[in-house]
Write a protein that binds this ligand. Structure first.
Ligand SMILES: Nc1ncnc2c1ncn2[C@@H]1O[C@H](COP(=O)(O)OP(=O)(O)OP(=O)(O)O)[C@@H](O)[C@H]1O
Ligand SMILES: [Mg+2]
Length: 312
């Protein structure tokens, strides 16, 4: 494995403006019958995509169709937000990419998943990590009785030498200085934000090119959310690509250059992050803002949530 792939120089890659059209659409569900690629194939970073999903379907327990033809792309060094209400299929999408779906009694039943142009659908999680794709699951799963450094070492278990392990640890401490201060602390006693930084640090020990991260802001105080996203922003500038699932649409669209909105196992809206921020439906439904930019009351938004269906 080449050393420290995440620390590549240069500016993060962003999606081009041709990909900019915010597009509400029914995702063409697919492909079980060999259907044609969705219109999404024509947008995004195209052939240069680091990650590319085309018409992916996921079945749980062989009966529950949780993803109904999901297509999305992430450019090298790019940052993509995956948004949507509870149960939309966001976590399932990440699990389908990383292979974790298998341990949830699920499977990708149709479509393709490619990383750097290589098909990874059905590959086991360990080999996907070796290719440079890591998945930070929801819930900050630290090993609570171990120290911060021991947790990080577990993330670097694939290194063949102590010297490589040391270099990777130093890289993590440089990227997330707070972890250096906490290195001897017991992980279970860290705050939620510190634990979130630890699971991010553990994931970058594998020297990934792409990190999938599920709800990093969940349950954190606003100050901690800012700190965690500052870490993600720093990793971005060092060349790491991100696919972020978030309920906190505002912070997600601040860091991302492109976004997708899911509902009912489909992508129903996509576009450049600045366009999604300006999109009236997204502003009302996810940011809780009215036309003039004023904050709507919770009651209004709740009513709106009941009324509004993307696929109405
Ligand atoms: N292990 C499972 N077995 C059966 N159905 C599942 C399983 N995991 C998820 N589902 C179903 O798949 C659908 C998508 O769930 P998923 O967890 O991907 O949604 P989500 O968008 O991540 O929601 P949330 O915002 O609540 O995390 C839901 O209807 C959910 O009930
Ligand atoms: Mg989820």
């Amino acid at each position: 494995m080449p050393p420290c792939r995440r620390f590549r120089s240069g500016e993060p890659v962003t999606h081009t403006s041709e990909s900019a059209t915010v597009e509400a659409r029914r995702s063409e569900s697919s492909s079980a019958a060999g259907g044609s690629p969705s219109r999404h194939a024509a947008v995004g970073p195209g052939d240069a995509a680091l990650l590319s999903l085309l018409n992916v379907e996921v079945l749980y327990a062989d009966v529950i169709l949780a993803l109904k033809g999901v297509s999305l792309q992430v450019a090298p060094g790019g940052c993509v937000a995956l948004l949507g209400a509870n149960g939309a299929g966001k976590s399932t999408t990440l699990k389908a990419i990383s292979g974790v779906i298998e341990s949830d009694d699920g499977r990708v039943s149709a479509g393709s998943v490619a990383f750097e142009g290589r098909a990874i659908r059905g590959h086991d999680t360990a080999s996907i990590v070796r290719h440079g794709l890591v998945h930070v699951m929801e819930g900050r799963r630290v090993l609570p009785h171990m120290t911060v450094e021991q947790n990080l070492i577990i993330g670097g278990h694939l290194f063949p030498s102590a010297a490589q392990m040391r270099r990777a640890l130093d890289g993590v401490y440089q990227a997330i200085p707070r972890l250096a201060d906490l290195r001897t602390r017991t992980a279970g006693y860290l705050s939620g934000g510190e634990q979130q930084m630890l699971v991010i640090g553990r994931a970058i020990m594998a020297e990934p090119k792409l990190m999938l991260i599920d709800e990093p802001s969940l349950g954190l105080a606003p100050r901690m959310v800012e700190e965690v996203f500052a870490v993600l922003r720093r990793l971005r500038t060092q060349g790491l690509a991100l696919l972020i699932v978030e309920q906190n649409t505002r912070v997600a669209l601040e860091i991302a250059d492109y976004g997708y909105v899911m509902e009912g196992g489909r992508i129903v809206l996509e576009g450049r992050a600045d366009e999604l921020r300006a999109n009236e439906d997204v502003r009302e439904f996810y940011l809780g803002l009215d036309r003039e930019g004023g904050r709507k009351s919770f009651r209004e938004v709740k009513h709106y949530r009941r009324r509004k269906r993307w696929l109405g």
